[in-house]
Design a protein around this ligand. Structure first.
Ligand code: TRP
Length: 373
C-alpha cells in the first residue's frame, strides 16, 4: 500500500512524503543502475548521496551524460531562496553540486531569489531578503565552489541581464497553467504569478550568452520540480534546450519530520550556530530510541524514525559500512541514544568550526563570485 496523503509544492511540504509516489505524480524518472554506472565511470567514485538514493530522481540526466561523453560543454544551475540563515540541510544539495562541478569540470550559475522570498513571505521586507542573501552567499562560497567556474547573483542585482529571457518565458505561460501547476488563486499577489519566469532564466542564460545550445543540469530538492516543468515546457518555443534535473529528498529536521525548516530554529542547526548551541540542539533531538535505557538494551531502537540517524545518513557519515553498523547496533540495543548523539555532536561541532572559518574567509572573495548588472 502506498501512502498518498501528503502535499509537496515549492513553498510547502505537508505530511509524510512518499518519494516514489511523488516521482510518479511529478512524472520524473528514477536514477537507475545504468545511469549510476555511467556516473561511476566518469567520476571514479559515486557520491554517497547517489549511492544511498538521496539524489534519486531525474529528468533527462542521461542526456547530460551523453553530452559529456561527446565532450560537449554543459552548465550547472542551482539556487537558494534567501528567507533566513543557512542551515545544514541547505548545504546538502550544494555539496553535491560541488562534487558534480569538480568531477565534470562544469560551470555553475547560482541564483539567489531574494525577489521570490519577498513575494512569498508576508513578514520579509526587500531589505531582509537582500541581507539574508548576502549571508547565504558566504555559506555557498564556504562549500568550496571554484571561483573561476562559478557565478553567483541576486535577482534584484542582476535583473537587467535576466529580464529579457524572463519576458520571453512569461509570454508563454498562461494564468491557467500557473494556477494548475502552483495552486494559485484569485487572492494570490501578481508578483508570485510572474516569479516562475525569473527562476527559469538561468536555465537558458548560458545558451543565450554563447549563442548556441548549452545543455543545463539543475540539481535541486524535488519540491522545485514544478518550476522547471514550466521551464521545460517553454524551452523549445524559445529555441533553448530543455534543462535536465536531478532531484534530492529533503533533509530531515531534528524532530524527525520531513523537511528541515529554517523557521523553527530549535529543530534546525544553522551554519552560524556556535558549536555549543549545535550540541545542545542535538542532545535535545527526537530519536527512535526507547523510553528507558533498559528497554533500549533489550528491544533496540528504530533508526528509520530517528532524526539523529538521519543526520549521519544524509550528511555526516560518508562510509556506508559505518552507517550500516550504526543502524544494526541501534536495532540490537548495542548503542543507546546518548552515545549516538554525543558522537554526532562531535562531528557536527568539528564541521561547524571548519565551515565558520571558511565562511569568514569567504568575505574577502565575494566579489570574485558575484555577477551584477
Ligand atoms: N526557489 C528556490 C528556493 O526557494 C531557490 C532557487 C532558485 C533554486 N533557482 C533554483 C533552487 C534552482 C534549486 C535550483 O529555495
Amino acid at each position: 500500500m502506498t501512502d498518498d496523503n501528503f502535499i509537496v509544492t515549492p513553498w510547502a511540504v505537508i505530511g509524510d512524503v512518499n518519494y516514489d509516489v511523488l516521482m510518479e505524480r511529478f512524472g520524473t524518472q528514477k536514477i537507475n543502475t545504468p545511469i549510476l554506472d555511467r556516473v561511476s565511470k566518469h567520476t571514479g567514485e559515486l557520491h554517497f548521496m547517489l549511492r544511498r538514493g538521496i539524489f534519486y530522481s531525474h529528468r533527462d540526466f542521461d542526456r547530460i551524460l551523453d553530452a559529456y561523453e561527446k565532450k560537449d560543454e554543459f552548465v550547472l544551475y542551482t539556487g537558494r531562496g534567501p528567507s533566513g540563515n543557512t542551515h545544514l540541510g541547505h548545504l546538502m544539495p550544494w555539496i553535491f553540486t560541488k562534487y558534480i562541478q569538480d568531477k565534470y569540470n562544469a560551470k555553475l550559475l547560482f541564483q539567489l531569489t531574494d525577489d521570490e522570498k519577498f513575494l512569498f513571505n508576508r513578514n520579509l521586507t526587500q531589505n531582509d531578503t537582500r541581507k539574508y542573501a548576502y549571508e547565504n552567499i558566504l555559506d555557498i562560497i564556504a562549500v568550496g565552489f571554484d571561483p573561476k567556474k562559478t557565478e553567483i547573483f541576486l535577482d534584484t542585482d542582476y535583473i537587467k541581464t535576466l529580464y529579457d529571457i524572463a519576458l520571453d518565458v512569461s509570454k508563454r505561460i498562461t494564468l491557467s497553467t500557473a494556477k494548475a501547476v502552483f495552486g494559485f488563486n484569485n487572492s494570490t499577489n501578481i508578483g508570485r504569478i510572474f516569479f516562475t519566469s525569473i527562476q527559469s532564466v538561468p536555465a537558458f542564460l548560458e545558451s543565450k550568452r554563447q549563442r548556441k545550445p548549452i545543455p543545463c543540469l539543475i540539481p535541486c530538492a524535488i519540491d522545485q520540480d514544478p518550476h522547471f516543468r514550466v521551464t521545460r515546457d517553454v524551452a523549445s518555443a524559445l529555441n533553448y534546450p530543455k534543462p535536465a534535473l536531478i532531484h534530492c529528498k529533503f533533509f530531515p529536521s531534528l524532530t524527525g519530520s520531513d523537511k528541515m525548516s529554517a523557521s523553527k530554529s530549535n529543530t534546525s542547526i544553522f551554519t552560524t550556530d556556535s558549536p555549543k548551541i549545535a550540541e545542545k540542539k542535538i542532545m535535545n533531538a527526537i530519536t527512535g530510541g526507547r523510553k528507558t535505557v533498559k528497554k533500549q538494551r533489550k528491544n533496540g531502537g528504530n533508526p528509520s524514525e530517528c532524526s539523529i540517524y538521519q543526520y549521519y545518513y544524509y550528511l555526516f557519515e560518508d562510509k556506508d559500512e559505518k552507517v550500516i553498523m550504526l543502524s544494526d547496533d541501534c536495532k540490537e540495543g548495542k548503542i543507546i541514544c546518548g552515545e549516538c548523539k554525543q558522537i554526532l555532536a562531535e562531528k557536527v561541532k568539528h564541521f561547524l568550526v571548519k565551515h565558520q572559518e571558511k565562511r569568514e574567509e569567504a568575505k574577502d572573495v565575494v566579489d570574485q563570485f558575484m555577477c551584477k548588472d
